[in-house]
Design a protein around this ligand. Structure first.
Ligand SMILES: Cc1cc2nc3c(=O)[nH]c(=O)nc-3n(C[C@H](O)[C@H](O)[C@H](O)COP(=O)(O)O)c2cc1C
Length: 268
């Protein structure tokens, strides 16, 4: 997968063909979920593939989805994580988006659905005994074909200068600095990452050879942490395309700087 193209072309799909995936595609999805379970077991994370999407959709109708309407998909993939600390929210974003990119790479349409506000009893009815711990699922299926003349839907994104800064939050990063560091394409692509309500709560500050990641705080910090975890995944993947295999170093205790929560740094 070429990550630059992937990010620029990706979008959430909320309307699916009224048909199940083929047997081959069901197997491919199951393999992705199984691989995710093997890789993430030590981190206390597990995924589940719900092939009968009807039951899930019926139980969550009016309680989750888009403006109160559940996103009707033939199938859903869920994620469960042992803890609810800030670091667990980052991990949720990072690992579920990893699975999501693999699903999109199969040619499937997908959309994150937030369930952190849904009554645990309802989640148990939708997903079974362990279901009450599920805060996020991914809807998946074959995307419904666009009708003739139906406009493309695109969610607006911030410009790079609105979320990448040099040394302090008053100085937007100049295109020259970004070019010199080889980061112009990286940020031009990661700006298309999805986020809850398209909030795009991530902010970057370039300091010498460090890229520091901050989060805008507000009323939905747990959800913003998930968004920032997902951004960490995309940033790291984009850096791999430049031949760099480094990883984010997450802070031990997160500290506030003004309205921003400092999450960690990436060494160039
Ligand atoms: C953590 C997370 C939670 C989301 N939750 C929902 C949701 O509950 N319902 C929904 O319709 N879309 C949800 N989305 C999708 C976002 O609304 C969407 O990514 C954003 O508006 C940008 O649009 P795009 O993905 O089409 O580029 C979620 C996305 C993320 C990353």
């Amino acid at each position: 997968m070429v990550m630059t193209n992937f990010l620029q072309e990706r979008k959430s799909v909320r309307e699916y063909k009224d048909q199940d995936l083929s047997a081959k595609d069901l197997e491919r999805v199951q393999n992705i979920v199984d691989r995710g379970n093997t890789n993430c077991k030590a981190a206390g994370i597990s995924f589940n593939f719900f092939q009968n999407g009807q039951v899930v959709c019926d139980r969550l109708q009016g309680k989750a989805g888009y403006s109160g309407v559940m996103i009707k998909a033939p199938h859903y993939v869920s994620m469960t994580i042992a803890g609810r600390e800030a670091k667990d929210q980052l991990k949720t974003g990072y690992t579920l988006e990893q699975i999501n990119t693999d699903l999109v790479d199969l040619g499937l349409g997908t959309c994150w659905i937030t369930l952190d506000h849904v009554d645990p009893q309802v989640k148990q009815e939708a997903f079974g005994t362990d279901g009450k711990e599920i805060d996020y699922i991914i809807a998946l299926g074959y995307p419904r074909k666009k009708k003739l003349f139906e406009p493309e839907k695109h969610s607006a994104r911030m410009e790079v200068r609105e979320f990448v800064f040099e040394n302090d939050f008053d100085t937007p990063a100049s295109p020259d600095t970004l070019d010199q560091l080889g980061l112009f394409d990286v940020f031009s692509s990661v700006r298309y990452a999805p986020s809850h309500k398209n909030a795009q709560p991530w902010r970057f500050v370039l300091e010498g050879s460090q890229v520091k990641l901050y989060m805008v705080t507000g009323k939905e910090d747990n959800r913003s942490l998930v968004d920032c975890g997902l951004m960490m995944f995309y940033f790291q993947e984009m850096m791999k395309t430049l031949g760099t295999q480094k990883e984010w170093v997450i802070e031990d205790g997160f500290s506030m700087e003004g309205n921003y929560l400092y999450l960690g740094s990436y060494s160039l």
